[in-house]
Design a protein around this ligand. Sequence first.
Ligand code: SF4
Length: 331
Amino acid sequence: MLQQTQVLTVIPYYRRFIRRFPTLRKLASAREHDVLKAWEGLGYYGRARNLRNGAQVVVRDHGGRVPRDRAQLLEVPGIGEYTAHAILSLAFDQPFPVYDGNVRRVVARLLGLADPPPKLTPGHATERLLTDWIHEARSPGNFNQAMMELGQRVCLPRGPLCERCPLKGSCLAFRENLQNEIPRPRRRAPVPHYNVAIGVIVRNGRILIQKRPSEGLLGGLWEFPGGKIRRGERVVQALRRELREELGIEIEPGGKLAVVDHAYSHFSVTLHAIQCRLTGGRLAPKAAQAIRWVRPADLKRYPFPAANRKIFPALHSIQDRSPQRSQRNRA
Ligand code: SF4
């Protein structure tokens, strides 16, 4: 949960998750839907799917006990070097260093390296230093936590608090007054922006939702159907095309329901949500397995991406306009 996410954000999710899935076996036997629902809002949903897959592998291949061997740990889905070293040091007291963004910055400044490697690289000065120190440490877990904490609270990216730093006596960047030049900022790729047309298709008071494929971006989550608006296309035009191509259905667009913006880590989107009526076509068999007609009040049972959830408040106006609701109101 803590990968790419701050501790304060994670705490309530962690508590809820542990209450819901208190053991590896409970997590291994849970439905993917329920695990994603418990994760909803944390983002990077591949982590949730991997956690469940990993629990299944640990139960199946290791009798439900997390392996203490590095090579075996690295075979568990979702566990890369960083997580393996964190588990081995924190849970099993083994001297494997972790190397996250905070540790990278601290070590780069200690050694005066403008471009430290992005990953732990065997034989590199950064790896040698961390390996030497962790072997000398009384508690490998505490050592790793101390390094991460030092980076997060003292050796800040801008304006590090060197006067309070226990390592200032051996820090090259401090000695040369180069803290703000080291490490050199990494050039980030520009974040693309997409305009997406979304159809809120209503039939008999229910809304059509679609499940994304399990693998890939936001995999296994539910969403309102639609797709990217191509250059030169109008919103309604794109929506008609996407629904025809993806689901094999024809729609009659009604009014615009909402326009919402959302920024993910690697891209941002503007969703244009249009209320629609189904007018024809036949759902392709594959598409039919991946859709549900859901009452608006039941949408909250399904895990949705954050951008789609921003459309929920606008759905109240749909209920008021639906034929069933107005008949009931008249009755
Ligand atoms: Fe970071 Fe300053 Fe400590 Fe060096 S002395 S490790 S730059 S906080």
